[in-house]
Ligand binder design. Structure first.
Ligand SMILES: C[C@@H](O)[C@H](NC(=O)OP(=O)(O)OC[C@H]1O[C@@H](n2cnc3c(N)ncnc32)[C@H](O)[C@@H]1O)C(=O)O
Ligand SMILES: [Fe+2]
Length: 545
């Protein structure tokens, strides 16, 4: 089958033909380049209106040359996400073309296309995908008929964040390549680093970068440090996703994936854990219609076509809304992970009851020996040495402090016996006989609810309250693994703790309803009603449905 794909979500007007028999794909693109500043939606749409008919005409002409007078079996187009005015032009062109050629129409999600092109070219079965593009940044993993968002940016996409800095400096769009060029030879300066579970945020780092530049820090240093921080964040969450899903394949997608430093970090992280890493060549990373044609062909082969009357564009189209018709369920990544952030970032916490053991997670190695547990945060070769040292040091100190703070609030935690800050090591008491996952009762989860409420009342967020990070000893309940914890009095952060716990109940118990009710009852008895209300709001947001 041969599919003509059309892309035009924002800056790139592009058409391509993919022949699934031979595997050939050729692409014609015409980029919008603003004279100054960022993307202006009206100008981008004007460019799209002029360029789309031309790239389609060139592509069709070439297809006729190569394959004869009737070369196309289906037309696929980017339905979203993207800029509404651009998407409408592409949608109209695609509908007209499918009518003229009398072939079916396929509506493609642009983010899923960024992912599938890497899976297609790598030949990997069921990779985790890091999408690092302009307006988005997420980690996706296939499970039970959908791409699940395992983690994502809490504010802007990674490329847009970089572009905001370059706009501030007066450089034109796209900013990413200019940052990469200037980063060379720059020195490291400290900037904010924000990772919560498998979610991350770029807003603080961007404000800090602008302020540093305004204060006279050389622009090379700011560019270098922007790369070191944002890409280390993406690499850390990618590693966590690999660890949690048990997957040993990672693919990269999106325009920022063209950056050598990001690719280098991801490659080094994967090599260190024995995972395979694949990044498509740059022309398939940045926006291009080749990826739309390739996914369009898989969808068309599965009969996943759309009637013209139902082919409306969707500027907010999320990847987890797409029913994945072209894969079978047997390819699912681990079921133990829900569409949540968090969940045992350390890869097993203090582990199951039983024999002495070593557990190696994404971040730390945990050694159990008799009554003692030693947890050591490992150096990460992909990170800048200064960033690496400060993260390991700060997290070790935070974890030891929060364990003690929690106990002061009446929440049982392991006693900390020894903290070695330079070695990023904590020696602590071994608690509990088993994980909560192995002892799920209404009473235990009610207790957890009460404990989280006590923590929140003291402005402590656990950050990763899963059934594996709660230990049980008879009637006694202990919270462990505060490595992702932090201080916050924000309702949203408190509600997120509850959400992570409930998702983990749903991932662990066959019939979680009574447990969820008991947990919320325990929380309500001690904590704030507003947090439970916010929890309902979080559940209503796209990614959790
Ligand atoms: C919705 C859709 O329109 C959007 N696509 C998009 O933003 O174009 P994409 O080609 O995936 O990514 C463009 C981004 O990629 C950045 N970029 C390009 N080359 C780069 C480089 N060498 N280093 C860092 N960033 C780079 C640009 O600065 C820009 O922010 C998306 O996928 O989010
Ligand atoms: Fe994109």
């Amino acid at each position: 089958m041969r599919v003509l794909g059309i892309e035009g979500t924002a800056w790139c007007a592009s058409a391509a033909v993919f022949d699934d028999a031979g595997g050939d794909v050729f692409v014609e693109s015409d980029a919008y380049e603003p004279d100054s500043g960022g993307i202006h939606p009206r100008e981008a749409a004007e460019h799209m209106g002029e360029a789309i008919p031309q790239v389609i005409a060139r592509t069709l002409a070439r297809a006729r040359e190569e394959y004869g007078p009737d070369p196309i079996d289906a037309v696929a187009f980017s339905r979203g996400p993207g800029l509404g005015p651009c998407l409408r032009i592409v949608g109209t062109a695609a509908r007209a073309l499918s009518r003229t050629l009398e072939v079916p129409l396929v509506g493609v999600n642009h983010m899923v296309a960024h992912l599938e092109i890497g899976r297609h070219l790598s030949g990997f079965d069921s990779p985790v995908c890091l999408n690092a593009s302009g307006a988005n940044a997420h980690l996706l993993g296939y499970r039970d008929g959908r791409y699940r968002v395992l983690g994502e940016t809490m504010d802007t996409g990674v490329g847009n964040a970089l572009d905001k800095f370059t706009r501030h400096v007066g450089w034109s769009h796209p900013g990413g390549p200019k940052i990469e060029a200037h980063a060379e030879g720059g020195d490291y300066v400290e900037l904010p680093y924000v990772v919560k579970g498998m979610d991350f945020s770029f807003s603080g780092i961007m404000s800090a970068a602008k302020a540093a530049y305004d204060d006279g820090v050389p622009v090379e240093d700011v560019c270098n440090s922007l790369q070191e921080h944002t890409f280390a964040m993406l690499t850390e969450v990618a590693e966590r996703a690999l660890s949690l899903t048990g997957t040993d394949e990672l693919v990269l997608g999106g325009g920022v994936g063209q950056n050598d430093r990001l690719r280098g970090m991801l490659g080094e992280m994967c090599a260190a854990r024995g995972a395979e890493f694949y990044a498509p060549e740059p022309r398939f990373l940045r926006d291009n219609a080749g990826m739309i044609a390739v996914l369009g062909a898989k969808m068309a082969a599965a009969g996943d076509v759309v009637a013209v009357a139902e082919s409306a564009i969707d500027p907010d189209f999320r990847p987890d809304e797409v029913p994945v018709t072209w894969r079978d369920d047997g390819e699912s990544v681990s079921r133990s992970v829900g569409p949540v952030s968090g969940s045992t970032a350390d890869g097993g916490g203090t582990g199951d009851a039983g024999d002495d053991a070593d557990l190696r997670g994404a971040e730390a190695v945990v050694e159990i020996s008799g009554e003692a547990v030693t947890k050591r945060r490992l150096p990460k070769g992909y990170r800048h040495p200064e960033l690496d040292a400060s993260l390991r040091r700060d997290r070790t100190v935070t974890e030891a402090r929060l364990l003690a703070d929690a106990r002061k609030q009446g929440v049982p935690t392991p006693l900390v016996w020894d903290v070695d800050v330079t070695e990023a090591t904590i020696r602590m008491q071994r608690v509990g006989e088993r994980d909560l996952a192995a002892a799920l009762t209404d009473e235990h989860v009610r207790t957890v609810g009460g404990y989280l409420a006590r923590l929140h009342a003291a402005d402590v967020v656990h950050g990763d309250p899963t059934t594996r990070n709660v230990r049980i000893d008879g009637d006694r309940v202990f919270l462990v693994d505060f490595g992702l914890g932090y201080g916050s009095g924000h309702v949203e952060d408190h509600a997120m703790d509850l959400h992570v716990f409930e998702q983990s109940l749903e991932g662990t118990a066959a019939e979680p309803e009574a447990l969820v009710a008991a947990f919320e009852g325990g929380y309500a008895a001690v904590g704030e009603e507003t947090v439970l209300e916010r929890l309902r709001g979080i559940e209503g947001r796209g990614r959790y449905q």
